[in-house]
Design a protein around this ligand. Structure first.
Ligand code: DGJ
Length: 528
């Protein structure tokens, strides 16, 4: 198998984007770690996504903004529907957008707008009525039996032009009204695109493209190397470097999915490019993840699934991230899949429940996600699990973002099936395991540990303990010097209890009790 590193190519692409966007919110890639910069400072999105219709009324949003700020969020993912922004062709109404930005600012929150336009969850219910009614100018997907659908075809030239025009106007307006404050930090382009109920569009334009040649740029990427799933499909069909979609990938629903992925990517790229030409802030797409055993069309066919991520990257170079809507139980595996091919992790949708509140530690501190955003955040209150997790993470975020650059950070969720992990961090072998005291072992543990230099560590979380072993030359044993509990207020450390005795297992380990969540600092020393 040919496998050449794509990194130089991807780094080159991202530095091009940065050159255009310095001064605005942008992504900075350094040493393989991508961070979001807002006001030129690293910014970790502790976000939540609103239910779909909440932001259509400013009055409805009034109490929600306050609650989000009180629940330790710093960013809200807010739907921005095309049909509200452009009720008549080329007549734009930005009063909702302006009111939302104002509401967020009043509560010191940032916004990621979700541009709900040509597609949302595979359907096209957010396109304005003037688009819906003009089904000749804006063609729809055809099913196998020729019957029409309410899904816009990704091959409709006038559709992508109309969506791009609207999005360009939106981005021009955001630049004019927000480039200084930077309340809006990123844009999601469309939402969970793809075809439901069939594996590909069967309109005349789609048939012609499907039986036409696979684009050269995609062939070049196949030759360079891709994720193994796509590579395997191509090799099984004979590693051809010319031919139509069935010739290059073989017949079947998976090939039709690859074809749709390409066409959605091209369409979305046109929209994103038009937006970035006005205001080049980071833009991403999100994926409705396939369940195991499901076929393309059971989930939106052409969605930016992990197994077609190279197709999306080649087809949509103006999209900075492919993002999983991660409700699935195998959270860590899915994060792994979405951090391949240089893709930075951002999770625009996930669960708000206890599991979600634990998983944010893993995503942010282990997979170095630029942020997380549980879905349906509206009803979250300051005493909810996610608010508590964000409360801890927001305090350690400045140190965490600093540590990310050197990869001196570990984030984890442990349980009875995976009770421990080991990592070299800050010059010690760090063993993290479920906390255990007086014969009682915690069921679950989660948190973050950051090496801050010279045998010093900062940790946050619950239900775990940490033990150290030296890995560099010198005295061969490590002991716990001091452990100090505390919290950060406006970035300043306010010490609380000095922990010792039972609270450090008589000096054997740095403990985070499963009763509540804590932040503490530990100093490690060595002896012989
Ligand atoms: C995923 C979609 O992206 C959201 O807009 C919302 O419809 C949720 N599903 C509902 O669970």
């Amino acid at each position: 198998m040919i496998r050449i590193s794509l990194l130089p190519w991807l780094v080159c692409l991202s530095s091009l984007a940065i050159a255009d966007s310095a001064g605005y919110p942008h992504l900075r890639k350094q040493g393989g770690v991508t961070q979001l910069l807002v006001d030129e400072r690293p910014f970790l999105i502790l976000g939540g996504e609103l239910n779909n219709s909440s932001s259509s009324s400013l009055a409805n949003m009034e109490p929600i903004w306050r609650r989000m700020a009180d629940s330790n969020l710093n960013t809200v993912l807010v739907p921005l529907p095309w049909d509200i922004v452009e009720p008549e062709e080329n007549r734009f109404d930005f009063s909702l957008l302006d009111g939302l930005v104002k509401g967020a600012r009043k509560n010191h929150l940032h916004i990621v707008f979700l541009w709900l336009a040509s597609w949302k969850n595979g359907m096209s219910s957010y396109m304005p009525i003037w688009v819906k009614k003009d089904f000749n100018r804006f063609p729809r997907v055809r099913r196998r039996d020729g019957s029409p659908t309410e899904i816009l075809s990704a091959l409709g030239e006038s559709s992508s032009a109309a969506d791009s025009n609207a999005f360009a106007n939106v981005m021009r307006h955001i630049k004019k009204t927000d480039a200084r404050e930077q309340t809006v930090v990123m844009m999601q382009v469309e939402n969970e695109v793809g075809i439901l109920g069939d594996s590909r569009d069967r309109s005349r334009a789609a048939d012609a493209a499907f039986f036409g040649p696979v684009p050269q740029a995609l062939i070049d990427r196949l030759k360079l190397g891709t994720v193994p799933e796509l590579q395997a499909r191509w090799q099984k069909a004979g590693s051809k470097t010319t031919g139509n979609w069935e010739e290059v990938f073989g017949p079947g629903a998976e090939t039709e999915e690859a074809f749709m992925a390409w066409n959605y990517a091209r369409y979305v790229d046109r929209v994103a490019a038009a937006g970035k030409a006005e205001y080049p802030i980071p833009m991403y797409v999100n994926a409705w993840l396939n369940e195991s055993g499901a076929k393309p069309g059971d989930y939106p066919s052409g969605c930016p699934e992990a197994h077609v991520m190279d197709i999306w990257q080649v087809g949509a170079p103006h999209i900075d991230m492919l993002c999983p809507d991660l409700y699935a139980a195998n959270f860590t595996e899915r994060c792994e899949l979405y951090t391949r091919e240089g893709n930075p992790l951002f999770i625009p949708e996930m669960n708000t429940n206890d599991a979600g509140a634990r998983n944010v530690f893993y995503a942010i501190a282990e997979k170095l996600a630029i942020g997380t955003s549980p879905f349906g955040i509206d009803r979250t209150t300051p005493d909810s699990p996610i608010a508590k997790s964000y409360g801890l993470i927001s305090q350690v975020a400045p140190v965490l973002l600093e540590g990310e650059a050197h990869r001196d950070v570990v984030g984890f969720v442990i349980d009875r099936d995976h009770p421990a992990l080991e990592r070299v961090l800050g010059g010690y072998d760090v063993e993290i395991s479920l906390d255990s005291v007086f014969g009682h072992t915690a069921q679950l543990g989660y948190g973050v540990v950051i090496a801050t230099g010279d045998g010093r560590y900062l940790g946050a979380g619950s239900g775990f303990r940490v033990m150290f072993k030296p890995v560099t030359p010198g005295p061969s044993h490590a002991g716990i010097g001091t452990v100090e509990e505390g919290r950060f207020v406006n970035g300043r450390w306010l010490p609380g209890r000095r922990l010792n005795g039972d609270e450090t297992d008589q000096g054997w380990s740095w403990r985070f009790s499963s009763f509540g969540q804590n932040i503490s600092k530990c100093v490690v020393y060595r002896y012989d």
